[in-house]
Design a protein around this ligand. Structure first.
Ligand code: SF4
Length: 150
């Protein structure tokens, strides 16, 4: 475990948030609408990565999940929810900007950010290693989020 992962593992899920990029949705069939809080997933597809990761975090008791179309909205969500720990799935560019912004926002008090990079980048129908993402979401939790997934 790296330093951020060790710190996150000690934080109760109720103080953590999960940030997901909207590009992980199944763009051709997605029924979610965009709001000021990001994409509002309606759980239309059990095979959708966003659906599975979001449900895993909520089952573990996460404070919230933001499906963001961009770094600015994700940052606003961080400001509004003031989490003590963050798990973020994103492309390299968004991650670099996001981590920098959160650190700037909170200074020494910045929450640990555990990052799961996309395995297929590109803005539409992207992919992430779901097993790895689920393992990061469940760090320090005794309960596996989805049976047999880790
Ligand atoms: S499960 Fe959610 S994010 Fe995935 S395609 Fe359906 S509404 Fe969109």
């Amino acid at each position: 475990m790296n330093h951020a992962e060790e710190k996150l593992a000690q934080i109760d899920p109720s103080q953590r948030i999960l940030l997901l990029p909207h590009c992980l949705r199944r763009v051709d069939t997605c029924q979610a609408k965009y709001t000021k809080q990001g994409l509002q997933c309606v759980e239309c597809n059990p095979d959708c990565t966003i659906n599975r990761l979001r449900q895993a975090a909520l089952k573990l008791g996460y404070k919230g999940v933001c499906i963001a179309p961009g770094g600015q909205l994700a940052l606003r969500y961080v400001k509004e929810t003031s989490p003590k720990g963050i798990v973020a799935v994103a492309c390299t560019k968004e991650l670099e900007e996001g981590v920098h912004s959160v650190t700037e926002l909170a200074g020494d008090e910045a929450p640990p950010i555990v990052i799961v990079p996309l395995s297929k980048d590109g803005c539409v129908d992207t992919e992430v290693n779901e097993k790895k993402a689920l393992a990061m979401i469940a760090l320090g939790c005794s309960l596996a989020p989805v049976r047999g997934s880790i």
